[in-house]
Design a protein around this ligand. Structure first.
Ligand code: ACO
Length: 335
């Protein structure tokens, strides 16, 4: 590690992947039957056509458990060999304990430490950076990173400005050591002055739950969409340029760009500004909406399945979200 530049991590790789989404599909047309909106508005402003919605009895850990099992199976790793389980989420099962503790118990990861990371929709990139750091520092060999969200339960279904944007899902990656010189380049950032633009106002210690907070829908996601939009386009471009520069690579070297799936207009704007052509950019939000911490692993899985992401490819991932946070990661794909 000594001698590497800030943000560069050597000797860790993503070695397995698993995902899970709920069965139930909710289309834009279905939403327009109970809210003053339309498929035309949602699709043209966001690129989203449908999203998955968890069952009433399903929480983030339920989706995470299935994704974790699939990931471990594909990597041929026994849950008892896991050293650490990190769940990234903005829709945890509870304020406490950590969702990661529940997932560990469910999958039988009896030898693993467990904690959650809350970094808005950037959580998955933060989780990956944390896992890569643990592995490359030779502290742990098998770290499972999950992005798991049941956002449908923290939305105000009377607010057309937010509820149409999000969906439920989970993805998991296994991070293990590698000796082939593989490098992760990370850029993690935060601007807390933007905290009011995307938050759940009540339910924490700032505004504890009361009958009034419940009546006022203050336990659901509140967003000033235009501010988040401006922030996202600005930071994704800057952050991606930084990780590319740190690794001595250019946009032309990137085989696949997988940005957080919030809005197709953000993705297209950032991709254009960076100089990507559309064959380098992956998007699947038309079918899943914004699944926050799960969006990048859901894309990775689909990109692998469809042959868009292949062993040896150079992969660039970029996230942004509440905080306001951002994070980018450049790596070689080794699956
Ligand atoms: N259907 C119909 N009309 C709508 C809807 C809807 N679902 N939502 C808003 N409108 C209306 C508004 O009321 C407004 O009407 P008015 O002009 O009469 O007041 C009009 O459409 C325009 O509203 P804007 O908010 O200006 O629409 P905009 O084009 O900015 O799109 C959107 C809104 C899609 C939310 C956009 O701002 C956006 O995508 N922002 C980024 C959001 C984001 O990425 N969030 C996730 C971050 S990640 C995380 O951590 C969770």
């Amino acid at each position: 590690m000594i001698g590497l530049r800030r943000g560069l991590v050597r000797g860790a790789r993503i070695s397995a992947l698993g995902v899970h989404v709920p069965e139930r599909v909710m289309t834009n047309d279905e939403i327009s039957r109970f809210l003053d909106t339309s498929d035309e508005w949602i699709a043209s402003r966001t690129g989203i056509r449908e999203r998955r919605i968890a069952r009433p009895d399903e929480a983030a850990s339920d989706l995470a458990e299935v994704a974790a099992r699939r990931c471990l199976e594909s990597g041929g790793v026994d849950p008892t060999d896991l050293d650490l389980v990190i769940v990234t989420t903005i829709s945890p099962d509870h304020m406490m304990p950590a969702t990661a503790s529940i997932v560990c118990e469910r999958i039988g990861a009896v030898n693993a430490g467990a904690f959650d990371i809350q970094a808005g929709c950037t959580g998955f990139v933060y989780g990956l950076a944390t896992a890569a750091a643990f592995v490359s520092a030779n502290i742990y060999q098998n770290v499972l990173v999950l992005g798991a969200e049941v956002l449908s339960k923290i939305l105000d279904w009377e607010d057309r400005g937010t509820c149409v944007l999000f969906g439920d899902g989970a993805g998991a990656v296994l991070v293990q050591p590698t000796d082939n010189g593989s490098i992760f380049s990370f850029d993690l950032g935060n601007d807390g002055s933007g905290a009011p633009f995307l938050n759940i106002p009540a339910g924490g210690t700032r505004e504890p739950a009361t009958l009034e907070t419940v009546r006022a829908h203050r336990h659901t996601m509140h967003m000033t969409g235009s501010e988040v939009f401006k922030f996202a386009t600005r930071t994704v471009v800057k952050s991606c340029a930084k990780v590319l520069g740190d690794a001595g690579l250019s946009v032309a070297d990137v085989d696949l760009f997988v940005p957080h799936q919030a809005n197709i207009r953000i993705i297209e704007w950032a991709a254009r500004r960076l100089g990507f052509d559309e064959r380098q950019v992956f998007a699947n939000l038309d079918r899943y909406g914004n699944t926050s911490c799960a969006s990048i692993p859901l894309c990775l899985h689909e990109a692998c399945q469809t042959g868009r992401l292949k062993k040896g490819d150079t992969l660039l991932m970029a996230g942004f979200g509440s905080g306001l946070t951002w994070g980018s990661c450049l790596t070689r794909w080794e699956l």
